[in-house]
Ligand binder design. Structure first.
Ligand SMILES: Nc1ncnc2c1ncn2[C@@H]1O[C@H](COP(=O)(O)OP(=O)(O)OP(=O)(O)O)[C@@H](O)[C@H]1O
Ligand SMILES: [Mg+2]
Length: 387
């Protein structure tokens, strides 16, 4: 029988099924054990569990980077082994934590790898790249001809995601894609990804070991332990009815407990935002942004008063050698007081599309409220918080 072509690009992915899938290695390690899982078109499924539980192995069996030793994986009702592996991989987007951009290729060339293999015309590729960069708020004129090392960690990871989307596959596999990013950039990318998935209707299988991330993104969560599936349910159901003690423990502080609504900003803020002093240079800011992989940071003076913020983007535009952050920072930081009402703060973030609010008390920077704080507090309000 000749190998079938996976038509993920042309026909539309329908369903992915793991049927009693196992993977064992020669040394006796059983990475995955009798896994049964069904992923429907348009779903956002998150595989979660501790290190070594078989998440990556499960993901890589989908695009045949790892072959199962038992059971079968069906794509559109056909065993994945009946597809040509090269075609199959081109038809499935794949994003990993290490980003893996080609360092000597420009951003556009990186994004266009698969479209080029598919024989798209230069014009079509170029239009697609511009469209994708705009989707994540990166100006094509500014970024398309840059090289990966000229981008922040968060920007590089965005390009990793765009590359997986470039040829418009319906199924995308993501293995801890945001694992190396700082909290703000990470949340920003999570929001972007969620929004992308809601607008372009991709089916996504996403691996993480961060329950916050799973709760933010998933339609359904699969909890794995030692190669076995413990529970496969909606986030709400996992929070409400963990299948066993392990799941309950893994869900941890999100668990159902007494109603405990945090009322004020102080209760929910993160007290350690990334900051730099007003006297720091733009070069120092770039260096710190690169090493901490952040896109923006708050600028404070010696007394801890908030002066403003700088973002990699506007520093790049203003690349003013020899000037201090005090001179170049933007001042329109959205600010909230620590004793203000938490739900009012959340509403404001929502309405004004803010990524974060700086918490300031008598001029002093006390912390930061991010969308993650919001998700945590809402989860706690709805389901209670074990702590
Ligand atoms: N080539 C291999 N040979 C032997 N054992 C392997 C091999 N690849 C993976 N394993 C083992 O299989 C198990 C599952 O590995 P896997 O990479 O799927 O875990 P994971 O859930 O992705 O973990 P992490 O969160 O650390 O990435 C681990 O015990 C791992 O050591
Ligand atoms: Mg892994």
């Amino acid at each position: 029988m000749s190998e079938a072509t996976f038509r993920g690009y042309e026909r539309g992915f329908q369903v992915l099924e793991f049927q009693q899938v196992s993977k064992s290695y020669r040394d006796g390690t059983i990475a995955v054990r009798d896994l049964n899982l069904r992923v429907e078109r348009g779903e956002f499924v998150v595989l979660i569990g501790p290190s070594g539980c078989g998440k990556t192995t499960s993901l890589r069996m989908v695009n045949r980077m790892v072959e199962p030793t038992g059971g079968s994986l069906l794509l559109e009702g056909r065993d994945v082994t009946s597809y040509d592996p090269v075609q199959l991989r081109r038809g499935i987007g794949y994003v990993v934590q290490q980003i893996g951009l080609f360092p000597h290729m420009t951003i556009a060339e990186n994004i266009e790898v698969v479209p080029r293999l598919q024989g798209w015309s230069p014009q079509r590729r170029s239009e697609r790249t511009a469209e994708l960069l705009q989707l994540v708020g990166m100006d094509p004129g500014t970024y398309r001809d840059r090289f990966p090392h000229e981008l922040s960690g968060g920007q590089q990871q965005r390009i990793g995601v765009l590359r997986a989307l470039a040829a418009d596959p319906d199924l995308i596999l993501m293995d801890e894609p945001f694992g190396a990013l700082d909290p703000i950039t990470r949340e920003q990318l999570q929001d972007e990804l969620k929004r992308l998935q809601e607008t372009v209707h991709k089916t996504i299988v996403f691996v993480t070991h961060d329950m916050d991330e799973a709760l933010r993104l998933a339609n359904r969560i699969a909890v794995l332990r030692q190669g076995q599936l413990l529970q496969y349910d909606t986030p709400a159901e996992i929070l409400r009815n963990p299948a066993d003690d392990f799941v309950a423990q893994f869900v941890g502080r999100h668990r159902l407990a007494e109603m405990q609504v945090p009322h004020i900003v102080r209760d929910i803020m993160n007290t350690r935002p990334v900051t730099l002093g007003v006297g720091a240079s733009t070069e120092e800011a770039f260096a710190l942004m690169q090493s901490r992989q952040v896109d923006t940071m708050l600028v404070i003076d010696e007394q801890g008063s908030l002066h403003g913020y700088v973002s990699a983007l506007h520093l790049a535009h203003k690349r003013a050698v020899g000037r201090t952050l005090g001179e170049v920072c933007e001042q329109d930081v959205a600010v909230v007081g620590p004793d203000e009402d938490a739900s009012t703060a959340f509403n404001r973030m929502d309405q004004e599309h803010l990524q974060y609010l700086a918490v300031v008390d008598e001029g002093q920077l006390k912390g930061i409220v991010t969308r993650r704080s919001m998700v945590r507090a809402l989860a706690a309000a709805i389901w209670g918080d074990a702590q």
